[in-house]
Unconditional design. Structure first.
Length: 302
């Protein structure tokens, strides 16, 4: 698609006026969480008939299990939700993960990893790695696991891959990242070139979330900014990102570095799409991106 659909233009307009302009960094995280719940909490996720959601946990972390069909599948998706490291999963996440389960005919887990500021870095990456380790301990074969995530969860997906590799664990078949934050130092040009174009974020919002998550810890730590780590030995990676996102370069730079390290990479930059747009099923671009994600994972599992 060479230009955004009319639905995408409307969504961008709504995000610009209803979310970005109302995100007040002078407020407390509790207040902002309440505002998010007010805007999105009333959405009732559409769950396919073939998918059932049950309480579960991985590595001591609460992790709802999305079960596909009545027969146990050997394929599993570990989905790490976004939310700036300080917000819990939204109904949109629940709907999207259940859709992926139906399309991929697999089970999934979506961990409720610990959140800042109550549990700042490194709580989230520790929880994410613990979840992956328990999947292996439960008997899932590494090549039957795929890690996916959006935004902060995309960051955690890449960090988890690298931590698992450095710990000598078997790696999953692939990883999918939707608008991930791979460089919390924000060194790319997009952080300035897309200022005012991104319908969801501005610089004060990004810096506020980074401060909340890290405190005085360095954003250059490879468990915060996996872009600065080595990519050698990682499984196939897929990136999906909007062309006007402030953090566009987090995908572009990481994808290029992964390619240089010999990693198979699929990178799709979607014209004028908002942050983590694949979760917005109303958009034709979201459906097209999900088709690409499903095809990518199926090829990895094949």
């Amino acid at each position: 698609m060479s230009s955004p659909s009319w639905r995408a233009r409307l969504v961008n307009l709504a995000l610009r006026f209803l979310v970005r302009r109302r995100f007040d960094v002078s407020k407390t995280p509790e207040y902002l969480r309440a505002q998010t719940a007010k805007r999105f909490g009333r959405i009732k996720p559409k769950i396919p008939d073939a998918v059932r959601i049950a309480d579960d946990s991985l590595g001591g972390v609460p992790a709802p299990r999305f079960e596909y069909g009545s027969m146990r599948t050997d394929k599993v998706l570990l989905y790490l939700h976004g939310g700036g490291f300080f917000e819990a999963a939204l109904p949109l996440h629940t709907e999207y993960v259940s859709l992926l389960c139906e399309r991929l005919q697999c089970d999934a887990f979506m961990p409720d990893y610990r959140l800042a500021p109550e549990h700042p870095f490194p709580a989230a990456p520790e929880d994410s790695l613990a979840c992956y380790e328990e999947l292996l301990q439960r008997g899932y074969q590494a090549n039957n696991i795929v890690i996916a995530g959006d935004s902060a969860g995309g960051n955690l997906s890449l960090v988890t891959l690298m931590s698992a590799r450095d710990k000598g664990l078997q790696l999953p078949a692939a990883a999918v990242m939707l608008s991930p934050v791979t460089d919390a130092c924000f060194t790319g040009d997009s952080i300035y070139n897309n200022a005012g174009k991104d319908p969801l974020f501005n610089l004060p919002i990004l810096f506020w979330m980074r401060q909340l998550y890290l405190g005085k810890h360095s954003p250059a730590d490879v468990r915060v900014s996996p872009y600065y780590n080595e990519f050698t030995g990682l499984p196939p990676l897929a990136f999906h990102v909007g062309s006007t996102e402030l953090i566009l370069d987090s995908s572009l730079l990481a994808a290029e570095k992964a390619k240089q390290a010999g990693v198979s990479v699929q990178l799709t930059v979607w014209p004028e799409m908002p942050h983590v747009f694949p979760l917005l099923a109303v958009l034709p671009e979201a459906r097209a991106a999900t088709d690409e994600v499903v095809s990518f994972v199926q090829q990895a599992w094949a």
